[in-house]
Ligand binder design. Structure first.
Ligand code: PGA
Length: 259
């Protein structure tokens, strides 16, 4: 079965709930204007926690063809974890996806591959799908060790997942030096690592799992470069930061095959 492209907008710490209302409403309109076909690609928005209820309300009210999710989650179910959010809270709000292991969470919150793997399991147990992030820093790339480094992250993060769980998960390869810098990896750079991740998933699990798992590229994706990146055989989508904050621009990214 062909893998359906998944284009996800990671809003990061942007948009209050009023701005979120406006953005998701405008995104619905922009997708309709472009003739978006949800059978051909999947549109996902990942707002801050405080916007999720608003996003849910707008999407449900207008039956918009947009899925949504969260940027992080706790490994605990409930209790004395000040500031944390549980998977149960997210499923109640209709979240389909949760991003885990974004390089900004690794850098500013010290998240390890093991913790990220634990979060991914928790998300799957709750019936949502994880978008599991990986990617190397500039120094690692300069040494030519990026493939080896990313595969090390993959091995550790997927260690406690079953083949069935990995098959429905999304992996996002985001080279840190390309995030928010305007510097995009070339389509060939994206393919090199996404292809290597797929091969490794095949080795860790089986061929069927490798064929099923969706692998995104992230890092300065825009409407002007998305088509070339999506043209690569092992790139099944994009995790988009800055360009997902503009409805028209993100709609074009979701409809990459129409622009
Ligand atoms: P960017 O962010 O598109 O702004 O580079 C990507 C990401 O961090 O997911």
């Amino acid at each position: 079965m062909a893998r359906k492209p998944i284009l996800a907008g990671n809003w990061k710490m942007n948009m209050d709930h009023l701005e979120a209302n406006h953005l998701v409403t405008s995104l619905g309109a922009a997708l309709a204007d472009l003739g978006y076909d949800p059978e051909k690609s999947e549109a996902v928005v990942i707002p801050p926690f405080t916007d999720i209820r608003t996003v849910q309300t707008v999407i449900d009210a207008d039956s918009l063809p947009i899925a949504y999710g969260a940027q992080d989650v706790s490994t605990h179910d409930e209790g004395a974890y000040t500031g944390d959010i549980s998977t149960g809270m997210l499923t109640k709000l209709g979240c389909a996806y949760v991003v885990v292991g974004h390089s900004e969470r690794r850098e500013y919150h010290g998240e390890s591959n093991e913790l990220i793997g634990e979060k991914a399991k928790k998300i799957l147990d709750a019936g949502m799908l994880p978008i599991i992030c990986c990617g190397e820093a500039l120094e690692v790339r300069k040494e030519g060790k990026h493939v080896e480094f990313v595969l090390g992250q993959i091995d550790a993060m997927l260690a406690n997942l079953t083949a069935e769980e990995v098959a429905k998960s999304v992996i996002a390869y985001e080279p840190i030096w390309a995030i928010g810098t305007g510097e995009t990896a070339t389509a060939d750079d994206a393919q090199e690592v996404c292809g290597a991740i797929r091969v490794r998933v095949g080795e860790l699990f089986d061929e069927e799992t490798a064929e099923a798992v969706r692998i995104q590229y992230g890092g300065s994706v825009k409407s002007g470069n998305v088509k070339e990146i999506m043209g690569k055989p092992d790139v099944d989508g994009a995790l988009v930061g800055g360009a997902s904050l503009k409805a028209d621009e993100f709609a074009k990214i979701v409809c990459f095959d129409l622009i």
